[in-house]
Design a protein around this ligand. Sequence first.
Ligand SMILES: Cc1cc2nc3c(=O)[nH]c(=O)nc-3n(C[C@H](O)[C@H](O)[C@H](O)COP(=O)(O)OP(=O)(O)OC[C@H]3O[C@@H](n4cnc5c(N)ncnc54)[C@H](O)[C@@H]3O)c2cc1C
Length: 466
Amino acid sequence: MPVTTFTAFFTSRCQFHPHILGNYAFFKGMDQKDKSKFPLVLIAGGGFGGLQVARKLKDMPVDVMMLDRHNYHTFQPLLYQVAIGSLEADSIAFSLRKNFAGQKNFRFRIAEITKINPDKNTVVTTIGEIAYDYLVIATGSTTNFFGNKDVERFAMPMKSIPEALNLRSLILQNIEEAVLLNSKKEREPYLNFVLVGAGPTGVELAGALAELRNHILVQDYPELEKEHMKVYLVDFQPRVLGAMSEQASNAAKEFLTGLGVEVLVSEKVESYDGNEIKFGNGKSIHTKNVIWSAGVTGVVPDGISKGSIERGNRIRTGSICLVEGSSNIFAIGDVAAMITRETPKGHPGVAQVAIQQGNHVAKTIMQLINGEPTVPFKYLDKGSLATIGRNKAVADLGKLKFQGFFAWLIWMFVHLVSLLGFRNKIVVFINWTLSYLTFNGGARLIIRRFVTEDIPLNGHLTKNDG
Ligand SMILES: Cc1cc2nc3c(=O)[nH]c(=O)nc-3n(C[C@H](O)[C@H](O)[C@H](O)COP(=O)(O)OP(=O)(O)OC[C@H]3O[C@@H](n4cnc5c(N)ncnc54)[C@H](O)[C@@H]3O)c2cc1C
């Protein structure tokens, strides 16, 4: 809808029912003069948390509108397989409209939320100002470079599909560049891969890159030798997978070392200039491939009081996910920190927290509408999994801790069933089966060159966002 039409209609809705300003043209075929009698639940973000709120409000006497800057949901746990070229992007993304087709009280708009006006109960977006009765902030998180501007400028994040595709192009382009060079020394920076952050993302990507080196490099690039490519996994903390058990951590380190990854723990990154990464102890590595997964920071729209922001740029909420001082704004998932006596630091930034909070908020909204008592959120920790490569994974499932093939089977099963869309599940399953049987899955195509003016590579690069 053009902005002018939108504004005119928006204004007309104000006159009919000031309480539900956001319900413009909400129902298909509805006369614009009709007004919805239902309160509007506006969901900011179609990630794990936002999706769950909308699902749970199906058939409830509310209107649901979801806003997201993309028209798809991203299954972030498999981003690294897109980056490495094992999976295509569309097998880990799912159309938000398609997902909710048939849910009559649901509408979706592509929009970037820029500001919340809690006093007016509106959000400012790239498609105009939208009013809500209940707002759920589920905008997730983005890469945290901890204020290191040079690292931010030159290192590669991997938090979205465009970023994973950038990374894929960069990895393949740099290997192609290495082929053109004659000496081992010249090739070194193109074939050194440094992953910063040894959480699940860093560990999984390190394992996948090592497998690419071990099984694919010399097949696809006969000019190169396996030993030319090096994979380093770096972390400031003393162990990999620091949030998992010591048993999982030790096993993961052993698996990684077995694959040929150099694990550098208790190592602080000081600087990176696009060519050389330097550490606190004076050591350095020449590399054009630094992948940064060392931390995240909440994506908080303007308008939330600074006093409500916790460590990691997360919005402080109480026990029912309500933002402090508000009676109708909720925050869930990565962007939220539920600070209670039981959870003084909030919950971990994982999909299950977002999903369970999404469920809880949907129920809470209905309880508030119906004048029923609400109940505090309780997180059920279902455990953690991380894969390191073929037949290698670690699992902490409550008191059950195991590593190796069985953990790997569970990792695959959990990820397959969690993926959105039947087609995606089948495509990923076939891809994984082929990769397992052939040691050589994935197309590894450079569909769109990643170019950056910051890292001159043979002088022909300019920046893009993938
Ligand atoms: C590489 C990687 C691997 C991971 N692996 C695992 C794993 O194995 N297991 C696990 O449990 N967790 C994993 N996580 C963490 C997990 O993905 C997050 O905890 C989870 O996605 C949080 O859900 P969310 O709903 O809070 O946010 P998200 O899922 O990030 O969704 C946020 C949504 O908001 C939208 N958005 C953001 N800002 C705006 C804006 N201003 N306007 C409009 N839309 C906006 C985004 O486009 C996005 O769709 C991983 C994360 C990454 C990056």
